[in-house]
Write a protein that binds this ligand. Structure first.
Ligand SMILES: Cc1cc2nc3c(=O)[nH]c(=O)nc-3n(C[C@H](O)[C@H](O)[C@H](O)COP(=O)(O)OP(=O)(O)OC[C@H]3O[C@@H](n4cnc5c(N)ncnc54)[C@H](O)[C@@H]3O)c2cc1C
Length: 504
């Protein structure tokens, strides 16, 4: 961090941030702390992006992220503003991290406590205990390199990449996450449990590099947390920091074009025709959409339409938010309801791009920790199912209700008996929402797919390769999706955005 380096009285250089996802909000706080005048422009009616909040019939639903890991990345942002995260947001550890229901009816409590987790593994597959311990050690070693050492390396040059290769090879990161897990344990249920993490950031466990196995250790080391009031409390907290720095966030501000003069970004044009000048532009919009839709082709040598057309995009999600007229006391905060297939289901989602008949679901019950998310005596839920992005050709305008009914049936047969009779509110999100509301290429929920050939130096850089004074943060740039990823992308700005004094 460079600290506040601008001299009062001098012109305050202006940074425009397109989009108010966690990456954009964190970028704004960091730039504000370094003396930039910052304007955040958001096309929707509220900040947060995927983490926006729906309120309906007395229920509060976080639209997206619910699992908060590596809270120090948030604490850093508050520290920069001379405040404490705890003064604004009440973060509570969640245990178990996940309760997992296998299709054969067996349950598994995935906790952060090494002894308790060992006992669960022993119960599920006694012969795999040693292998499980070896996997957790491998995850720790990968996390130390992949997250702690490389998490905020910009990867803007070949040299950044070359320096990491020996470590990544030594740690076996040429394998897939599933490949690494399968090397250590034999029980297919345990293999599923230890390898599903890439799905949380849009990756295919069978093709995402084993570097993503770091998430298992990340969760164990820093815990899984919940923000009381919902993840929206973190969004509101960050907006408060930005305003406290004297900067601003505008909703209903749809950026149509990034303006370029002499090869450098110099402002943005809004859909209503207004032009906003800037010394630097930071895009938190989907990286493919940033290049394809916001930057005219004549300015793009690196991220051409052809290259973006051939790129691989992450899966999408079907999300159903619902409230019930009763409480399901024995349902944990985070539950995974796994289906009969793993590898084949993942192949349907990522490779075949077909909407499968079976499903594996993540069920969120914030009211397990925070009753205020629903009216008295009720539960708020959301359930998400990984589905292919829009290349599947699925017509979600007709499919959404049919699919919702199938998800409801699966839940009532497994963890929420009597669900149909106790439904009191309902809304769905389909890949169309990711495309049309969040402006994401192909309706992908997590931007470019995290595969080796689209990671680090191969991912759109945080400092644009095409236009000077243009920077990228968020899921579609390095290091990638998920809250730790997008907060780290903003951290990288401190290394690649010049000091304000250069522009003053
Ligand atoms: C349902 C769901 C559940 C998830 N669960 C978790 C979880 O539990 N834990 C976790 O760590 N991660 C989770 N993730 C992933 C995580 O939410 C995302 O990776 C992260 O929030 C993305 O942040 P971002 O900075 O990329 O911005 P986004 O959230 O993608 O926001 C980008 C913003 O830019 C705006 N924008 C786009 N184009 C323009 C334009 N032209 N003009 C103005 N504004 C524009 C959009 O409206 C949007 O608000 C989840 C994601 C989803 C969808």
């Amino acid at each position: 961090m460079d600290g506040l380096t601008y001299t009062p009285g001098k012109r305050r250089p202006h940074a425009v941030v397109i989009g108010s996802g966690f990456g954009g909000l964190a970028a704004a706080v960091r730039l504000g702390a370094r003396g930039w005048r910052v304007t955040v422009l958001e096309r929707l009616d509220q900040p947060g992006g995927r983490a926006r909040v729906f309120r309906q019939d007395g229920f509060t639903f976080d639209a997206g992220p619910t699992i908060v890991t590596a809270p120090f990345l948030f604490e850093e942002l508050w520290d920069m503003c001379g405040r404490r995260l705890a003064d604004d947001v009440d973060l509570r550890p969640v245990s178990p991290f996940y309760r997992v229901r296998f299709d054969d009816g067996a349950w598994f409590n995935y906790t952060g406590n090494p002894e308790a987790l060992r006992a669960e593994v022993q119960k599920l597959s006694p012969g795999d205990v040693d292998g499980y311990e070896r996997f957790m050690r491998a995850s720790r070693d990968i996390c130390r390199v992949g997250f702690e050492q490389l998490g905020d390396v910009p990867f803007t040059t070949w040299r950044d990449m070359a320096r990491t290769v020996p470590d990544l090879l030594r740690l076996g990161c040429w394998r897939s996450v599933y490949g690494l897990v399968a090397k250590h344990v034999t029980d297919e249920r345990l293999r599923t449990l230890l390898s599903f993490h890439p799905l949380l950031i849009g990756g295919n466990p069978f093709s995402a590099s084993a570097v993503y196995a770091l998430i298992a250790h990340l969760e164990r080391h820093w815990g899984v947390h919940y923000a009381m009031g919902g993840t929206g409390a973190l969004v509101r907290g960050l907006v408060g920091l930005i305003e406290g720095q004297g900067n601003s966030l505008r909703c209903h501000a749809d950026v149509r074009e990034i303006l370029v003069r002499d090869g450098a970004a110099c402002g943005v044009l809004l859909a209503d025709g207004a032009r906003i000048d800037a010394d630097i532009v930071i895009s938190n919009a989907d990286s493919a959409a940033t290049y394809r839709r916001l930057l005219p082709a004549g300015h793009r040598k690196s991220w051409t339409d052809r290259r973006l057309g051939r790129a691989r995009y992450s899966m999408s999600l079907f999300v159903w938010y619902f409230g019930t007229s009763r409480r399901y006391e024995d349902v944990a905060h985070h539950t995974l309801v796994l289906g009969p297939r793993y590898k084949e289901l993942v192949r349907d989602v990522f490779a075949r791009k077909v909407l499968a008949e079976d499903m594996s679901l993540y069920l969120h019950r914030p009211t397990a920790t925070d009753k205020a998310m629903a009216p008295d005596g009720r539960d708020a839920f959301y359930v998400l199912s990984p589905v292919p992005h829009l290349d599947s050709g699925t017509d979600w305008t007709t499919e959404a209700e049919r699919y919702r009914a199938r998800v409801a049936r699966r839940l009532s047969e497994t963890v929420l008996p009597g669900l149909q009779e106790s439904l009191s509110t309902s809304r769905v999100l389909t890949p169309l929402h990711f495309r049309d509301e969040l402006a994401s290429e192909r309706g992908a929920a997590f931007g470019l797919e995290p595969i080796l050939s689209q990671s680090a130096w191969f991912r759109p850089h945080n400092r644009s390769e095409d236009v000077e004074r243009l920077y990228l943060v968020g899921a579609g740039t390095h290091p990638g999706a998920g809250l730790p990823g997008v907060l780290s992308s903003a951290r990288i700005l401190d290394r690649v955005v010049p000091d304000v004094s250069v522009f003053a």
